[in-house]
Design a protein around this ligand. Structure first.
Ligand SMILES: NC(=O)c1ccc[n+]([C@@H]2O[C@H](COP(=O)([O-])OP(=O)(O)OC[C@H]3O[C@@H](n4cnc5c(N)ncnc54)[C@H](O)[C@@H]3O)[C@@H](O)[C@H]2O)c1
Ligand SMILES: [Zn+2]
Length: 377
């Protein structure tokens, strides 16, 4: 991955990173005041003139006006498509609504989609772009911390069905990613914190020094431009891993699932209402660290450091007493990663590294889930 730290006179913290994934190559621009420049950034690489800006109601009210204006100034003809906020919008029904809206607005094969919002809109609008006319470009404009450091990078798109979360989807790399850190100013703290869970995951699997930079996040005053460097570091980590395994085939990309096997089971046991994704992943990270201590040589000191980092962002490391441990363990064993008795689990042998192993047993998983009620060391 080529990294060129762009310096502009106005926004000294602006960052530009190029991600190369398979045949795709795209720029990730991170900085302040970028919503107003989407049109000029898009005009360099995209056709048009028609395009659609897909947003949820919250994102549309906050951010659509400058985005639409900037696209119009650049001679594009944008149509705004709005959906209700929340995970329920990642459904086949809402996907059909988006695709119908693209058709009604006259989008053709030279058109493009702008996914303006968090991971829900990124996944949904990204998937619509992946299948509309068998694939038109998508510009990801992430407005949550989780989407800026994680979901907008890597091209995974999709919707949920009754049978499973993200069951239907496609790998459709974005044509461009524009992360305006100023959008995070309105993000509720709980949403900011869940994004920190993915940053902590990145630190564990690839960059131990990142822990120290996390302190920037806890300082409310530096929510915006100072965050650009931190977000860039996370984009680099995810981008580098995606570049090695863009289709998620070789197993290298699997390390991004650190904390997610047990985390997903907790999310499911909480019926996707009780925990935000990052909160469930926080618990999954705590459990994966416990397993790593016993199976991979991770030290108790390192584990304590991770738990302290999660705690600093008000992320849970202990399960609520009323949540069924057995239901979580059943959900793990039902997970596709455990098919045919083959247990694939990501462990960390030490901060900054991770590997996929098949040594972890259901007994280890069970022990780790039960360990989530023990007070932190
Ligand atoms: N594709 C991937 O690689 C990938 C990776 C991780 C997660 N995901 C998916 O991402 C989704 C979660 O994403 P999310 O946490 O961003 O959720 P989200 O998109 O639902 O956003 C969370 C909430 O914040 C609001 N919001 C968004 N930006 C805001 C802003 N700047 N100010 C105020 N409010 C704002 C939204 O309206 C929503 O209510 C899940 O569906 C998950 O499966 C995908
Ligand atoms: Zn995640």
């Amino acid at each position: 991955m080529k990294v060129a730290a762009g310096l502009s006179s106005q926004h000294t913290s602006e960052q530009r990173i190029r991600v190369r994934a398979g045949a795709a190559s795209y720029e990730v621009v991170i900085g302040a005041g970028l919503l107003q420049r989407i049109g000029s950034e898009a005009t360099r690489i995209l056709g048009g003139p028609r395009c659609a800006v897909v947003a949820d109601e919250t994102g549309a009210a906050l951010f659509a006006p400058p985005v639409l204006e900037s696209l119009r100034v650049a001679q594009f003809e944008p149509t705004l498509v709005t959906l209700p906020a929340g995970e329920n919008s990642k459904s086949l029904e809402r996907l059909a609504i988006v695709c119908d809206a693209l058709a009604a607005a006259g989008l053709d094969r030279s058109s493009f989609v702008v996914a303006l919002g968090g991971g829900v809109i990124g996944d949904l609008a990204g998937f619509a772009a992946a299948i509309y006319h068998r694939g038109i470009p998508c510009v990801q404009v992430p407005t949550t911390l989780l989407a800026q450091v994680d979901s907008s990078i890597g091209g995974k798109t999709g919707v949920n069905t009754a049978a499973g979360k993200n069951l239907l989807g496609a790998v459709h790399q974005p044509a461009l990613v524009i992360a305006d850190v100023e959008t995070l100013a309105t993000l509720p703290s709980r949403e900011l914190h869940q994004g920190a869970a993915e940053i902590i995951k990145h630190a564990i699997i690839a960059d131990a020094a990142l822990f120290d930079e996390l302190t920037q996040l806890s300082d409310e005053g530096s929510r915006s431009p100072a965050l650009a460097a931190l977000i860039r570091r996370n984009v680099e980590i995810k981008g580098t891993i995606v570049e090695r395994d863009d289709q998620d085939r070789s197993g290298e990309r699997a390390i991004l699932n650190f904390g997610h096997t047990i985390g997903h089971a907790i999310e499911r046991t909480g019926e996707y209402r009780r925990f935000l994704h990052g909160e469930a992943i926080s618990l999954g990270i705590a459990a994966a660290c416990e397993i790593s201590v016993r199976r991979a040589g991770f030290t108790e000191t390192e584990r304590a450091k991770v738990l302290a980092a999660l705690d600093a962002f008000h992320l849970p490391t202990r399960l609520p007493p009323d949540l069924s441990r057995e239901a979580i363990i059943s959900a793990v064993s039902a997970d596709k990663k455990f098919e045919r008795g083959q247990v694939r689990f990501v462990v960390t042998p030490g901060l900054g590294t991770a590997r996929l192993t098949s040594d972890v047993t259901m007994e280890d998983i069970s022990r780790a889930v039960h360990s989530l009620q023990v007070p932190n060391p």
